[in-house]
Design a protein around this ligand. Structure first.
Ligand code: AGP
Length: 611
C-alpha cells in the first residue's frame, strides 16, 4: 500500500518529508518521490528505496518549507521512475500523490487524449492530475473548484495530496477509501496516510472521512466535502507513542513484535478482565451484546493471517457458545452474493482496519442486514468506522509486514468474546468462566516461556535455511496454526510452504514426503494427540523429516521426531497462542539467513488497500 506524507509550515520540508517516508517504508513500496516548494516547485523521483531518493534530492540542494512525499506500491504501470509519484499534470499546474485506484481512469484518459492531451506515464494518477488541469484551464476555475469537479467525476478509491503551483500557500488533500490523517501543529500542518510519520511532531490529528476535501495552510485548515458542504474539523488526541514505532534495538520490527507478544496480549485483556477473574467486560460490544448473544449464526470475514485467527476463532466459538460459525475469505465473500439471514452476526477481523476486500465485505454484509462487529488493531482506521460495534486488539503498532502480535491478540479477543457469549448463554458455568479467565491471564507468562525456544529455532533455521518447500500439519485448534506457520515462512523467506489438516495428509500430501522436505507437525497435547502421533509415525515410516512443536516435557514425540520445539502446557483452547511462537521464530530466522527483507518482503504491503 502506498505511503503519503505532506508538510506545510516554516521548517525544512525536505528532511521532514524524507524522514516521514522512511517511517512509512513498512507499508511496502517499489519507488518513491518528493515535491518541494520554494518559489517554484521541484519534483524528484526514483525507482528504488527512499535512501536513493534522499541522496538525489540532497545532491540538488533544493529545499523548501512546503512539500509532499510518496512511496508507491505499483498497481497501474510498472515500478519505474516515470510511474513513480508525484505525477505532474500536462501543463505543470498540478502535482499529485495518490494511494488507491481510479477505476474509471481509462475512460477519462481516452476523453482527455481526444482533446489532444498527452500522457507520459501508465498511471491512473496522472489521469487524475490531467483531468484537474483540463478542468482548471478550460473552465478558468480555482484550484479547489477544479479539484472538486474532478473528484466528482472519478470512481474508485483515493487518498490524495495535491499541489497547485499557482496556489503554493496550501496543500489540498482528499480521501475516498484510502486513509488520510491531518497532523495539527502550531503554525504548521501535516498530512499522511497514517499517524506513524506525524506522531513525533504532534498528537493532535484529524481523520479525514470518505468524500472529504481539506485545504491545508500552515495556520489554517478548511474542511469541505466534494459536494462543497463545509465540515467542522474534529481534532482527536493520538494514542500512538513515538517509542512504539522504532525497533528499540531489535534487528527487525518483526522480531521486536514477536517478543512484544506477552505485553501485547496483556494489553489486549487489560481493563477487560475483572480483577477477581469472575468475568470479562468488552465495552465495544455493549451496544449489541444481546443480539450477538442470541445470534443464530456467526460469519467471520478476513484476509491472510487475520483469516487464520478467524478460523481458530471458529473452533473456540463453536466449543463455548454452540453458535454455528463460518469463516470466509473477505475477497470471496464480497463477490459471491452470500446469503445473510436476519439474526446473523458478521465479525470482521483486520489488523490495519484498511484491507479493501474486508471493507467491501463489511459494506455488503451490512447492506444485506447483518450486524457487523470489527476486531481491529489501528484506532481510527476505516473498518471501526464502518462497523456497528467492535473490539480493538490494543497490540500496539505492528510495523513488520508479516503479522505476528496482531494474530495472537486477535485470537485473544475472539476467545474473550466466546467466553462472554458462552457464559451469557449458560453454556459456561461461573466456575468454568473463572477457570478460563485464570488461564487466559497466565498466557503472557507462558508466551514469555515459549520465546525461550528462540535459540533452538535459530539452530533449526540453520539446518533448513535452503529448503525448497515445507509442509505444516495440525489438527483441531492447531490446524489454523499450521496454516499460519506456513504463511509466515512463505511470505518472508519466499520458500513454498503449505498448511494442511494432519488427517488430510493421506488424501494427497503424503506423496510429497521425501528425505529433504521438512514437515512441521504442531502436536501440543490435546484430545487429538494420539491421532497426531499416528501421523508422525506415517511420516517417519516414509523417511520424512519431522519438526514437532510439542508440550514441554513430551517424551513420546521427542523419541519419534527429528527435532522438537517445546511450548508450555495450557488448555487446548489457548494452545494456538503458544504453538505459533516457535513457528514465527523459525520463519523469521530462516528468512534472515536467506538474506530476505524481513520487514518489507518483496511484492507485499502491510495493508492491502487495493483489490
Ligand atoms: C500476514 O502476515 C500478512 N501480512 C497478510 O496476510 C495480512 O494478514 C492480510 O493482508 C490482512 O491484513 P489486515 O489484518 O490488516 O486486514
Amino acid at each position: 500500500m502506498c505511503g503519503i506524507i505532506g508538510y506545510i509550515g516554516s521548517k525544512d520540508a525536505r528532511d521532514l518529508i524524507i524522514s516521514g517516508l522512511k517511517k512509512l517504508e513498512y507499508r511496502g513500496y517499489d519507488s518513491a518521490g518528493i515535491a518541494l516548494i520554494n518559489g517554484d516547485t521541484k519534483v524528484f523521483k526514483c525507482a528504488g528505496r527512499v535512501k536513493e531518493l534522499e541522496e538525489k534530492v540532497n545532491k540538488s540542494g533544493f529545499n523548501g518549507t512546503t512539500g509532499m512525499g510518496h512511496t508507491r506500491w505499483a498497481t497501474h504501470g510498472e515500478p519505474n521512475e516515470t510511474n513513480a509519484h508525484p505525477q505532474v499534470s500536462y501543463k505543470g499546474n498540478f502535482i499529485v500523490v495518490h494511494n488507491g485506484i481510479i477505476e474509471n481512469y481509462s475512460q477519462i484518459k481516452k476523453h482527455l487524449q481526444s482533446r489532444g492531451i498527452v500522457f507520459s506515464s501508465q498511471t491512473d494518477t496522472e489521469v487524475l492530475a490531467n483531468l484537474i488541469e483540463h478542468l482548471y484551464l478550460e473552465g478558468d476555475l480555482s484550484a479547489e473548484q477544479a479539484i472538486t469537479m474532478a473528484l466528482n467525476r472519478v470512481e474508485g478509491a483515493y487518498g490524495l495530496v495535491i499541489i497547485c503551483t499557482s496556489e503554493t500557500d496550501r496543500l489540498f488533500a482528499a480521501r475516498k477509501g484510502s486513509p488520510l490523517v491531518i497532523g495539527v501543529g502550531d503554525g504548521e500542518n501535516f498530512i499522511a496516510s497514517d499517524a506513524t510519520p506525524i506522531v513525533e511532531h504532534t498528537k493532535r490529528v484529524i481523520y479525514l472521512n470518505d468524500n472529504d476535501l481539506a485545504i491545508i495552510k500552515k495556520d489554517e485548515l478548511i474542511l469541505r466535502t466534494i459536494k462543497a458542504e463545509s465540515i467542522k474539523p474534529e481534532v482527536k488526541e493520538l494514542e500512538l507513542k513515538l517509542g512504539e514505532i522504532d525497533k528499540e534495538g531489535y534487528p527487525h520490527f518483526m522480531l521486536k513484535e514477536i517478543f512484544e507478544q506477552p505485553k501485547a496480549i496483556h494489553n489486549t485483556f487489560r481493563g477487560r478482565v475483572l480483577p477477581d477473574f469472575s468475568g470479562i467486560r468488552l465495552g465495544g460490544l455493549h451496544e449489541i451484546l444481546d443480539s450477538v448473544t442470541e445470534a443464530e449464526r456467526i460469519i467471520i470475514i478476513a484476509c491472510g493471517t487475520s483469516w487464520h485467527a478467524g478460523l481458530l476463532g471458529e473452533y473456540i466459538f463453536e466449543e463455548y457458545t454452540r453458535i454455528p460459525v463460518e469463516v470466509e475469505y473477505a475477497s470471496e465473500f464480497r463477490y459471491r452474493n452470500p446469503i445473510i439471514k436476519k439474526g446473523d452476526i458478521v465479525i470482521a477481523i483486520s489488523q490495519s482496519g484498511e484491507t479493501a476486500d474486508t471493507l467491501a465485505a463489511i459494506k455488503l454484509a451490512r447492506a444485506k442486514g447483518a450486524k457487523v462487529l470489527g476486531i481491529c488493531n489501528v484506532v481510527g482506521s476505516s473498518i471501526p468506522r464502518e462497523t456497528d460495534a467492535g473490539v480493538y486488539t490494543h497490540a500496539g503498532p505492528e510495523i513488520g509486514v508479516a503479522s505476528t502480535k496482531a494474530f495472537t491478540s486477535q485470537v485473544t479477543v475472539l476467545a474473550m468474546m466466546a467466553f462472554v457469549l458462552g457464559h451469557r448463554r449458560g453454556i459456561i458455568s461461573d466456575e468454568g468462566y473463572k477457570a478460563l479467565i485464570t488461564e487466559l491471564v497466565a498466557i503472557p507468562g507462558k508466551i514469555e516461556k515459549a520465546l525461550e525456544a528462540n535459540d533452538k529455532a535459530l539452530e533449526l533455521a540453520k539446518i533448513f535455511q535452503n529448503t525448497r518447500n515445507a509442509l505444516y500439519l495440525g489438527r483441531g485448534y492447531l490446524f489454523p496454526v499450521a496454516l499460519e506457520g506456513a504463511l509466515k515462512l512463505k511470505e518472508i523467506s519466499y520458500v513454498h510452504a503449505e498448511g494442511y489438516p494432519a488427517a488430510e495428509m493421506k488424501h494427497g500430501p503424503i506423496a510429497l514426503i521425501d528425505e529433504n522436505m521438512p514437515i512441521v507437525v504442531v502436536a501440543t497435547r490435546d484430545d487429538t494427540y494420539d491421532k497426531i502421533i499416528s501421523n508422525i509415525q506415517e511420516i517417519k515410516a516414509r523417511k520424512g523429516i519431522v519438526i514437532a512443536i510439542v508440550t514441554e516435557g513430551d517424551e513420546i514425540i521427542a523419541k519419534m521426531a527429528d527435532y522438537v520445539l517445546e511450548v508450555p502446557e495450557t488448555l487446548p483452547t489457548f494452545s494456538g497462542l503458544l504453538a505459533v511462537i516457535p513457528l514465527q521464530l523459525l520463519s523469521y530466522h530462516i528468512a534472515v539467513l536467506r538474506g530476505c527483507d524481513v520487514d518489507q518482503p518483496r511484492n507485499l504491503a502491510k495493508s492491502v488497500t487495493v483489490e
